[in-house]
Design a protein around this ligand. Sequence first.
Ligand code: ATR
Length: 294
Amino acid sequence: MKNPPGQKKLKAAVIGMPIKQSLSPVMHAHWFEMAGLSGDYSAIEVAPNDLETQVKAFQKNAFSGFNITVPHKTEIVPFLDKLAPSARQIGAVNTVKISEEGILTGFNTDGIGFLKNLNEQASGWPNDKPVLVLGAGGAARAIATALLNTGVPMIMLCNRTREKTQSLADDIGRGRITVVDWDERNHAVAGAGLVVNTTVLGMVGQKKLSLDLSGATADTVIYDIVYKPLNTDLLTAARNRGLKTVDGLGMLVHQGAAAFKIWFDIDARYDDALRSKLLAALGEKPSVSGEVGL
Ligand code: ATR
C-alpha cells in the first residue's frame, strides 16, 4: 500500500484514560517504517464525556481508524455505524475502522491477539483440557470468548467478585463456563491444561497474585497477560516448576497487528527489532528470544 495521492500521512490513534503508558505508538511507528509508509499514530487521552467529539474529529481529519482502551471499550459502541462479528460476540470494541466515506466499523482484536500469542509461545498447548481463567473484566470477556471459539471443553472462570463471574458466564458461556470461587483458585489449577491471569494482579503498582501452582501437571501452560513487568511473579514461579509460560507482550503486539491489517491491509510482524523497541520502552533488559516470549 502506498500513501494515497493527496494524503501526506496515514493517521491512526489510541484513545483511553489514562493513556500515557501506552506502547501502541511505538509499535505502529515501527510498522509504518517497515512498510515504507508515512504515518502517524498518537495516544490521546479522552474523558468519557469527550468520546463523541473525539470520534467526530477523527472522521473529519481523515483518520484510517483508532484503537480504544480502558475505559471506553463498550461506551464507544453507540457512536459506531456497524459492528463486525468479533465485536458483537465479545460485546466490546478495541479497534475502529473509518472508511473513506466516514463509516465507522467496530472490531475486537483482543481475542485474536491472545490466541496468536498462545499458539506462538506454547504451540501444542493442551486444548482438550479445561482452562482456568482468573478475572471477569473486559480482558477476560474477550479471552474466554476466543477460547470457547477454539473448542476448549470447559472454562473454569474465577474472579474475586462472584456476581461478575456468574454474569459473564451467563452472557458468553454457551454452557461451557463453570464458576469457581476466588478462594478455590488453587484447587482449580489441578484440573487445568492452561491457566490465564487476566486480572490486574501482579502488574506494577498492583497487589501480587497469590496462586499456588503445586497442583499443575507437567503439561500445564501458564499465561499472564500482564506485561509490565514482563516477567511477573506468576511466570517466574511457573518457570521454576519447569512449566511452559506465555507472557503478555505478544498479546498486545498481535492485537495491534490485527488492527494495522484492518486499517491498512498490511501484515504487521512481531520481529526482533520491534521486540527490542518495546522492551526498551518498558524499561526491560533485552533478553534472549524465548525467555521473554518470542
Ligand atoms: P480489564 O479490562 O483489563 O479486564 P477490568 O475490567 O477492570 O480490566 O478487570 C480487572 C480484573 O482484575 C477484574 O476481574 C477484577 O476483579 P473484580 O471483578 O472483583 O473487581 C480483578 N481485580 C482487580 N483487583 C483485584 C484484587 N485486589 N484481587 C482480585 N482481583 C482483582
